[in-house]
Design a protein around this ligand. Structure first.
Ligand SMILES: Nc1nc2c(c(=O)[nH]1)N[C@H]1C(S)=C(S)[C@@H](COP(=O)(O)OP(=O)(O)OC[C@H]3O[C@@H](n4cnc5c(=O)[nH]c(N)nc54)[C@H](O)[C@@H]3O)O[C@H]1N2
Ligand SMILES: Nc1nc2c(c(=O)[nH]1)N[C@H]1C(S)=C(S)[C@@H](COP(=O)(O)OP(=O)(O)OC[C@H]3O[C@@H](n4cnc5c(=O)[nH]c(N)nc54)[C@H](O)[C@@H]3O)O[C@H]1N2
Ligand code: SF4
Ligand SMILES: [Mo]
Length: 726
């Protein structure tokens, strides 16, 4: 049969959610390109996903379940392949033992956005754990501070329409690096520029985005709230507050105006480590330019005062009345525009779901080493690689190696987390399963149908959880729902239908506040439609009801500053997606080995030259890296990229060995970027990494090319769409 091309969606944790066209020959994916007609992503995939088929067709795909036979942490040599029947029985026995001995809350699922697909991520797995009465996972690792802040101020995470930024005359990219992390937003920024817009990037680091902006403002990390308060003060004093709009569509302007009395630009500039003229100039621009669009990234929220910082930034366009104009206002994520509610899908009416405690995923290292009472004795990980991505790695790995912890990992390839599992279960990838994607960077919903054969015996997460449910003796009809049933349930209550998506792959939101200037006349998703500059609900939680400034914890600690003089950021790198792709040869080559970037002043003070080997350390742990000396950063501030894998890193640890378990001010969010370290030279030999002998390069099970032996992919119909699996 001739090759056939099918539409689908990129599943990665990226705001762009590209629509792609995948060419399939004899059940195997052979080519991938972007969908040129998609209104937001317009045909180009990013570099790392242009090579996505390396991941799909890689010889290192997991094709069979694995059961541990040796010590935890000893690598894949400590495992043997097993049949699904044996593996699922082993999982059920492990979970049952925890439940019987320690109660259902001793079981903890740990999952995030390894796939952003709602069906494979947020349906059958969470449903099973809800039904068991397992501990609930508070999914804070990425957007918790931003969500709490936008919920407080705007009602939900809503803002201007990403495409409408073309209308803006001033664009502020605040703690956001779209050229690396939100690529398809950039052409809209460029289009605005062609019409005369001025682009300012606010980032402590000179990223590609900062370098290609008209102006780069580089505050000290964690000081954005002070910056926003100072700018608001300047706007107010310039007489540029939009009093009629504030009166009609916000609450709390009088209280905020009084707060601004405390924030002369001189104070703000001193907190941010910026010349006062920089604030005055930016304040003047904001005061005089309508519309101003503030595109807020997620990187700036990994700080102790992040919630209030985002509240302060989100208050600024309320002051200027920018939401009046197409292209004006602020946007953190578009998530709050998508009306999908997975609550009733996880806990369907009529399915028993006992109440249970919540555990904060960002505190996993603490949860597994004594913080949880009763302790967690079973952990089921899917769509995540916490051994690489969660903070306080040394403590976390000690927790994962506990003899009394039973761990199950559902994965596509063998990660650092798999090294600590009792049972590893092989999962399908996007071309092999059905999924539904909303987006945190635009207003389209996309359907992805299975169009290729899964390798070996890999199964979709949903099917794995159905089998575990059956092995546990759970006999509720909710565990017989097909993936299409789940997708339909997710779409219930939205203006988008499954049929429409099957026909056209993606659909734009309608009937919710979208389009140009959706909040021109207020109508924020708060009970009274007004945005809340002052939020009494926060006061009831003991939190400052006004946007305020919480200084970073480690930056402000004098004793710590003496011992660990450098602040360390670990933002996103271009060629990896969190820890995804870190083990693939092309991606690993492009990403290069771990490096820590130092300002020439800091390098010289330590006698370090470009390329030297160093240990980056603090009281929590250490990782090894090569030094990169450049002026992308300022004296006293170092950076590296997030989420390498420990087992392929020198010294077998990564940046998360130095990051802390500490909650931000709102949402229980993590504070990866509030981190002090010292950097010291080590012998160059320490950087040499051998291919790990405990992870044989040749998989024990060959990647099959014949018919799948496990769960077959849905048959592909003549029309080129896959028949839904029932
Ligand atoms: N290529 C690639 N793309 C990705 C990812 C990836 O790993 N690789 N990750 C995805 C995920 S999970 C997410 S959440 C998004 C994140 O998307 P972004 O938020 O755009 O990315 P980050 O690199 O985390 O952070 C953006 C910038 O915030 C800056 N920053 C750090 N601290 C501060 C601060 O205190 N103030 C200010 N103003 N800026 C600060 C960092 O220097 C960084 O350049 O990207 C997604 N896209
Ligand atoms: N130091 C530092 N650490 C950080 C950050 C930072 O800025 N600095 N950023 C944080 C942020 S923003 C985030 S979002 C987290 C992300 O952290 P994680 O959620 O752990 O993300 P990934 O590292 O991408 O791991 C996702 C895993 O899911 C697997 N996967 C993908 N699809 C499927 C599927 O369908 N089924 C199954 N079973 N598995 C699948 C992939 O193979 C991959 O191994 O990392 C955080 N860690
Ligand atoms: S990672 Fe983002 S930019 Fe790259 S293809 Fe996926 S959705 Fe598009
Ligand atoms: Mo994230």
């Amino acid at each position: 049969m001739a090759p056939v091309t099918h539409p689908g969606a990129c599943p990665l944790d990226c705001p762009d959610t590209c629509v792609w066209q995948l060419t399939v020959d004899d059940g195997r994916a052979v080519a991938l390109r972007g969908d040129r007609d998609h209104p937001f992503t317009r045909g180009a995939l990013c570099g790392k996903v242009n090579r996505y088929l390396d991941a799909v067709n890689g010889p290192d795909r997991l094709t069979t379940p694995w059961i541990r036979t040796g010590p935890k942490g000893a690598g894949r040599v400590a495992y043997r392949p097993a049949s699904w029947a044996e593996a699922v029985d082993r999982v059920a026995a492990g979970l049952r033992a925890s439940i019987d001995r320690d109660g259902p809350e001793s079981v903890l699922p740990y999952y995030f956005a390894g796939t952003m697909g709602l069906v494979q991520g947020w349906t059958m797995g969470p449903r099973l754990f809800a039904h068991l009465g397992a501990s609930r996972l508070d999914t804070t690792i990425c957007t918790a501070a931003a969500n709490a802040a936008t919920r407080s101020m705007y009602g939900r995470s809503v803002g201007f329409e990403p495409e409408s930024i073309v209308e803006a005359r001033l664009i502020v990219l605040w703690g956001s690096n779209p050229l690396v992390t939100n690529l398809h937003q950039w052409p809209f920024v460029q289009q605005a520029r062609e019409h005369g817009a001025y682009v300012v990037t606010i980032d402590p680091l000179r990223t590609d985005t900062a370098a290609r902006s008209d102006e780069h403002v580089a505050p000290l990390p964690g000081t954005d709230a002070a910056l926003a308060l100072g700018l608001m003060r300047h706007v107010r004093d310039a007489g540029a507050a939009d009093e009629p709009w504030l009166a009609a569509h916000t609450v709390g302007w009088a209280e905020l105006a009084a707060r601004l009395d405390e924030w002369p630009v001189e104070r703000a500039a001193a907190e941010c480590g910026l010349p006062v003229e920089v604030l005055r100039r930016l304040g003047d621009r904001i005061a005089t330019t309508r519309p101003t669009a503030i595109r807020v990234g997620l990187g700036l929220q990994r700080h102790s005062g992040a919630g209030q910082a985002i509240r302060a930034i989100c208050a600024l366009p309320l002051l200027t009345g920018d939401f009046r104009y197409p292209g004006g206002g602020a946007l953190v994520t578009t998530s709050g525009h998508h009306p999908v509610d997975n609550g009733p899908v996880i806990r369907p009416a009529g399915m028993p779901a006992p109440p249970a405690r919540s555990l904060n995923m960002s505190r996993l290292a603490a949860v597994l080493t004594g913080e949880a009472d009763p302790p967690v004795t079973s952990l089921v990980v899917f769509n995540a690689n916490p051994a690489a991505t969660a903070p306080d790695q040394t403590r976390l790995l000690a927790g994962l190696r506990r003899a009394d912890l039973f761990t199950v990992v559902l994965e596509q390839r063998w990660t650092d987390t798999c090294d600590h599992a009792d049972v590893v279960l092989p999962a399908t990838m996007q071309p092999e399963h059905l999924d539904l994607q909303t987006s945190y960077g635009h207003h389209y919903t996309t359907l992805n149908l299975p169009v290729t054969r899964a390798p070996g015996e890999a199964l979709p997460n949903t099917e794995i959880f159905r089998r575990i449910a059956a092995a546990l003796g759970v006999d509720h009809p909710a565990f017989r729902d097909s993936d299409e049933d789940l997708a339909r349930q997710l779409l219930a209550g939205t203006p988008i239908t499954f049929e429409e998506l099957r026909e056209r792959t993606y659909a734009r939101l309608t009937g919710v506040p979208v389009g140009s200037a959706p909040f021109a006349d207020g109508g924020f998703p708060t009970p009274d439609g007004r945005a809340r500059l002052h939020d009494p609900a926060l006061a009831r939680l003991g939190v400052d009801p006004l946007p305020g400034y919480t200084p970073p914890v480690e930056a402000a600690d004098a004793d710590l500053a003496h011992r660990f003089p450098l602040l360390l950021l670990a933002p996103a790198g271009r060629y990896l997606m969190n820890s995804t792709f870190a083990s693939l040869p092309w991606h690993a080559r492009r990403a290069g080995p771990p490096r820590v970037h130092l300002h020439p002043v800091d390098a010289a003070a330590r006698g370090l030259a470009d390329g030297d080997a160093v240990r980056v350390r603090n009281d929590r742990g250490a990782f090894l890296a090569a030094v990169a000396v450049d002026e992308a950063t300022r004296p006293g501030l170092a950076f590296t990229y997030k989420a390498y894998w420990a087992r392929s890193s020198p010294g077998r640890s990564t940046v998360n060995a130095v990051t802390a378990v500490r909650d931000a001010d709102l949402g229980g969010a993590p504070t990866f970027h509030d981190c002090r370290v010292e950097v010291e030279p080590v012998p160059a030999e320490l950087l040499a990494t051998e291919p790990p002998a405990d992870h044989p390069a040749t998989p024990a099970t060959e990647h099959p090319t014949g018919p799948a032996t496990g769960h077959p992919a849905a048959p592909v119909t003549a029309a080129g769409t896959a028949a839904p699996r029932r």
